[in-house]
Design a protein around this ligand. Structure first.
Ligand SMILES: *Cc1c(COP(=O)(O)O)cnc(C)c1O
Ligand SMILES: [Zn+2]
Length: 596
């Protein structure tokens, strides 16, 4: 752990000692300061210092603002997995997407890092009472850690925070103060309360431990990416066969042993996260562990996106949003204050110094976000709260806008778990009930059961469940990857029954047998191609009216286009369409088929 902890004033540049309860620069009175360490020396020692420590955020304790590491406070914060997202990657055409799964912290959001170090610093300084304002997750994380450390906490939360989250805060023994106002107003109230009572106040980006907690995300990402690279064939120094490639890798590893992604994505409210993560990446460079800073992709909810607007207009100071209009309470910070200005300055500094680190700012709608929750859950098995989904919706949007290259390595901060927080995610009817009457009619024949009323047996009840007419879709394509992608897209948003055929001949048989509601057809297949399949199906009454969406990698000749005219519902170019475009086509096609 750091023996002497130095803080540098961002305004006058003077250094002073760090103590949690001293929040102002003793030279100029500024609240804006940052912790600094002996980076040159730590860069030499760090890899060896951490080699035998568990993979959690405390392994970087020499770079954290605590004097003595207190293991009895720790709950395994940090050390979250970096998970490859192959299906999302397939959908977006970007195979190198990784998810930093911050849901796996003790209270299921990345605020655990901030709270763990914040509370450890307070405990060390003998502070026993603290106040904060929160859009939800900061209060939950601090409450858990404060409870463990025996520190009394007051949490000011806006009435927009879902009741489930407020209850979670209260269960740890925190005093919850519900404020019917915006988050910015709740912050002012908390500050006034802390001032009057003389309590410690959590100040977000002006709180040294908060920024320091967030920076550990950058450290972990760099360590994890380098470990993954080491696992690639030919990367190990032991597998030397003298080829150039290996030599080059070794040379790179000597210069900068850890790796950074091309992009770091995060959903942003007040901006503490990206500010801390950016500092972490800068420190890794200062320690000689990495050789550049990743691009920062800052994603906000459209109804509260002061940073995005300011960035687009080239402003140094963001104009506050006085009346945030988003259902995503976690992201409703209307006034980012100096955090935005610092982020922007550091992005520009990194670029001037040719260190990488450019900025991308984008806003996404609540609708896009809610759709993305389903895509992520059904494609990758990762269920996130709306605030976290904003980052992924931003990724989808920026890939589509061509801002992210297919070869880019992207890390998305998956900031928080669904938990039971948002009742609106699933809407009504998220489960189906099956009632089993006494004397279940197992002895009845299937036909009898089908005729009976739903209450009269398990089988008929199940029949009722599955009898709903979910569109039945046939995918005809000879390439497994294309079939997998289309199946994934369908499964991510609806309850479709999916059939697959891998060549033209079996496609014709399949369609005749199953009579699907819709066919998604590839044109280029060996032997019996898509044109032939189409001709066959159109020549038979039973199959002639089934709508067909053609998906092709081929640019068609005028003659081929003429052959398709009037025969198909729509034509989509492979590699160019995105999931929602395909889904729109499917919806309009099934409407057609229902009418006929
Ligand atoms: C706090 C929070 C954010 C926003 O992070 P900031 O760094 O404060 O802008 C995003 N997602 C979740 C789940 C959060 O809890
Ligand atoms: Zn100063």
């Amino acid at each position: 752990m750091a023996e002497s902890i130095l803080v540098e004033c961002l305004d006058c540049g003077q250094f002073s000692d760090y103590h949690p309860s001293e929040t102002l620069c003793p030279y100029c009175g500024s609240e804006w300061r940052q912790a600094v360490y002996d980076f040159a020396s730590l860069g030499q020692r760090l890899p060896e210092l951490i080699a035998k420590r568990p993979f959690d955020m405390w392994r970087y304790r020499e770079l954290l603002p605590i004097r003595n590491f207190n293991p009895s406070l720790a709950m395994g914060e940090g050390g979250t997995p970096l998970i490859h997202a192959p299906n999302l990657g397939l959908m977006l055409g970007c195979p190198n997407i990784y998810i930093k799964d911050e849901r796996q912290g003790p209270t299921n959001s990345f605020k655990d890092r901030q709270a763990a170090i914040g509370i450890a610093a307070l405990k060390e300084a003998g502070i026993t009472e603290a106040v904060l304002a929160s859009t939800g997750n900061v209060a939950i994380a601090y409450s858990a850690h404060a409870a463990r450390a025996g520190i009394k906490l007051w949490a000011f939360v806006t009435s927009l925070v879902p009741a489930e989250k407020m209850r979670e805060v209260a269960i740890y023994g925190t005093q919850v103060v519900k404020v019917t106002a915006t988050y910015d107003q709740a912050k002012k109230l908390a500050a006034e309360f802390a001032r009057q009572r003389g309590y410690y106040l959590e100040r977000g980006p002006r709180t040294i431990p908060s920024v320091e907690g967030m920076k550990t995300i950058a450290y972990e990402i760099a360590e994890q990416l380098s470990a993954m690279e080491m696992a690639l064939p030919g990367a190990q120094p032991s597998s030397t066969n003298g080829n150039n490639h290996t030599g080059q890798r070794q040379e790179e590893a000597r210069r900068a042993p850890w790796r950074v992604p091309d992009w770091y994505f995060q959903a942003v409210s007040g901006g503490l996260g990206p500010l801390g993560v950016q500092k972490g990446f800068q420190e890794l460079m200062a320690m000689g562990l990495t050789d550049r800073i990743p691009g920062m992709a800052i994603i906000q909810a459209e109804g509260c996106s002061p940073m995005v607007k300011a960035w687009e207009q080239g402003l140094e100071v963001a104009e506050p949003v006085l009346d945030p209009r988003t259902h995503i309470a976690t992201l409703a910070t209307g006034d980012p204050g100096r955090t935005y200005t610092l982020l922007r300055q550091r992005i520009q500094q990194a670029q001037r110094a040719a260190q990488g680190g450019e900025g991308l700012f984008a806003a996404v709608s609540d609708e896009e976000t809610f759709r993305t929750i389903h895509i992520l859950a059904k494609m990758e098995g990762i269920s996130v709260e709306p605030a976290a989904a904003v980052a992924f919706a931003g990724l989808i949007r920026l890939v589509r806008a061509g801002k992210i290259k297919p070869s880019d390595v992207v890390v998305v901060n998956c900031t928080g778990h669904t938990l039971p927080v948002e009742t609106s995610i699933l809407g009504d009817g998220w489960a189906r009930s099956v009632e089993i009457a006494s004397g279940t009619a197992v002895q009845h024949s299937q036909e009898e059961l089908l005729d009976t009323t739903p209450q009269e047996g398990l089988l008929s009840a199940l029949n009722q469940v599955t009898a709903e007419r979910f569109p039945r879709i046939a995918i005809v394509d000879d390439t497994p990857d294309a079939r997998r992608l289309i199946r994934r897209i369908l499964q991510s948003t609806g309850d479709y029954t999916i059939f697959e055929a891998t060549d033209g001949r079996s496609a014709i048989e399949l369609v005749r047998r199953e009579l699907p509601d819709l066919i998604i057809l590839d044109l280029m297949m060996p032997e019996v191609d898509g044109f032939t399949v189409l001709d066959e199906l159109k020549s038979q009454v039973a199959t002639a009216s089934i709508p067909v969406i053609v998906v092709t990698a081929k640019s068609l000749t005028t003659d081929e286009r003429r052959r398709l005219r009037g025969q198909i519902h729509s034509l989509m170019q492979k590699g160019e369409f995105m999931s929602d475009e395909l889904l729109e086509e499917i919806q309009s096609a099934s409407l057609l088929s229902n009418r006929t």
